[in-house]
Write a protein that binds this ligand. Structure first.
Ligand code: ZN
Length: 521
């Protein structure tokens, strides 16, 4: 109540203010509210909306997106930024401003610049082509025939390449695309990190594949009643510290987290009756995203700084909970008896160590979203390589299926039998989302580096897990990562939290040691 009243009085005062910074904050707050309304409409579309409403819903979302775009590109915003002392030479405004205000100006200027550089014609044409492209992609995937999608992908790629040149770049045309998801990072930096990852990772996968010791996974595919899976998901979320007064859990075809406001962060998951792991780890993954969104500092509330530092940092939070904590043995020593209690027929005769090995089974497979934590990054390395070549004009769309299969052959030692299990498996390119894939692998790398530091800073991490005590872990993440939101760029955040630059050695050390135990390497 009190904070609500305080907010009101501040707003009244700022209305009459001539201070450009105060007026920019009001404008940003309005953009945030529109963004949150869009999020609610999209959440509803994925969960409860009747299917025939899809046409009207897309018009509603188009209207709101237009309103946001108008505000971001407005002369009013441009003028206020100028009055606040922000320009090309001073993208964070005058040096004397407090750090949080400089971060606010930096992020607002960044959004504004990206928006004005893309002509409206290009934005609407891309929206139109990707709407068609997604439908054609779905058909092509169903028919396992890339040729049905190829001309549409070529049209989308041409528009994306045009966007990259409008946005501008210095080193590589991929950079401005990557920048949308991983601000301030260049593809040369990603290359450096990935090239440190590749040799040790491919070697580890080879040793695992060659190991005669194979975990049993058959018991994970017994029958698991969805209602009981939901019961276990809710139990997990409460234990992890997810606040149901400020969130909820629903079901959708693809799990996601959406933020409708600082007190409204919603998760979805899915329950496959024949695959228990998909629901459990889907829920824990989204909980990691949700806890991040719920943990932004009070001082950032309602501003564009109440957001993830980057997609990679966001993904680090979901992967840390899902894999590094959620797939660990101490975690399951605590929770497996409860899971067994819910599913005595399927899991009654299974020991916790057998369960642990089962949920950590590694397989060089064809499908990214089903990949384990060891092979996952190889799926990303393949996509990153192909995307860069497409964007640079070094690879034609018709050559893509063959290039895809070649990448999978050399990185994972598997070759897709058809396009559906190969180049057509992901929706991203049909949506024009080039530059997104690397953030998944960056998330895994950041997660391992945070986990290493967490283990160092918090004595007795395993004992906490054995007792199901997550509050000290969450408190560490809140302090080092969550509360900062977008006020600190990802690279700086990583340095501050861990004392080191992003380094693939943390993930490699973690994987090599964990899987040596499971596979007897
Ligand atoms: Zn995620």
């Amino acid at each position: 109540m009190d904070s609500h009243r305080a907010g009101q009085s501040k707003r009244t005062k700022a209305h009459g203010s001539e201070d450009p910074l105060e007026r920019l904050k009001l404008l940003d707050a309005e953009i945030r509210r529109l963004t949150h309304i869009c999020a609610l409409l999209s959440w509803d579309q994925e969960t409860y909306m009747p299917c025939e409403a899809v046409g009207e819903r897309s018009e509603q979302l188009e209207l709101l997106s237009g309103l946001i775009h108008d505000r971001l590109t407005s002369r009013k915003l441009a003028g206020l930024l100028r009055d606040a002392g922000v320009d090309e030479a001073n993208p964070m405004g005058p040096a004397g401003l407090p750090p949080l205000q400089r971060a606010f100006l930096r992020e607002l200027y960044r959004s504004h610049r990206r928006s004005i550089r893309l002509p409206r014609r290009l934005v609407t044409e891309l929206a139109r082509q990707t709407a068609i492209g997604q439908a054609r992609w779905a058909e092509a995937r169903k028919a396992a025939d890339f040729r049905l999608f190829s001309p549409h992908l070529a049209a989308i790629l041409a528009l994306v390449r045009e966007s990259a040149s409008c946005l501008g770049w210095v080193e590589h045309p991929y950079d401005p695309l990557l920048d949308e998801y991983e601000p301030w990072m260049r593809s040369s930096q990603v290359e450096r990190v990935f090239s440190g990852l590749r040799p040790r990772l491919t070697d580890l996968v080879r040793r695992i594949v060659d190991s005669p010791r194979k975990p049993d996974t058959s018991f994970l595919k017994a029958v698991f009643e969805p209602a009981k899976q939901r019961q276990f998901s809710l139990r997990m979320l409460r234990a992890l510290g997810y606040d149901f007064q400020r969130g909820r859990l629903d079901e959708s075809a693809h799990p996601f987290t959406t933020t409708v406001g600082r007190a409204d962060v919603r998760l979805t998951t899915r329950y496959n009756p024949k695959a228990i792991a998909s629901g459990i780890f889907g829920t824990i993954h989204e909980a990691g995203h949700g806890l991040y969104e719920l943990g932004f500092g009070e001082e950032l509330a309602g501003t564009l700084l109440a957001d993830g530092a980057s997609m990679g940092i966001h993904e680090s939070q979901s992967r840390l909970w899902e894999n590094l904590l959620g797939r660990s043995l101490p975690f399951w020593r605590r929770f497996f008896p409860e899971l067994q209690g819910l599913f005595p027929e399927a899991l009654g005769g299974i020991g916790v160590e057998e369960f642990y090995r089962g949920i950590n089974a590694v397989e060089a497979s064809l499908i990214r979203v089903e990949a384990d934590e060891v092979t996952y990054n190889l799926h990303i390395l393949a996509r990153f390589e192909l995307e860069k070549r497409l964007i640079a004009g070094q690879l034609e769309v018709e050559e893509l299926p063959a290039a895809w299969n070649e990448q999978y052959g050399s990185l994972l030692g598997v070759v897709p039998p058809d396009d559906a299990q190969g180049v057509l498996q992901d929706i991203h390119w049909s949506m024009g989302s080039f530059g997104y894939f690397p953030t998944y692998a960056l998330g895994n790398l950041y997660a391992a580096q945070f986990y290493h530091t967490l283990r160092r800073d918090l004595s007795g991490l395993d004992e906490h897990l054995l007792r199901g005590e997550f509050a000290p872990i969450l408190a560490w993440l809140r302090e080092k990562v969550h509360r900062l939101g977008r006020s600190v760029p990802a690279a700086e955040l990583c340095r501050q939290a861990t004392g080191a630059e992003l380094d693939p050695a943390f993930l490699l050390d973690y994987l090599e040691s964990k899987y040596a135990g499971i596979y007897g390497l």
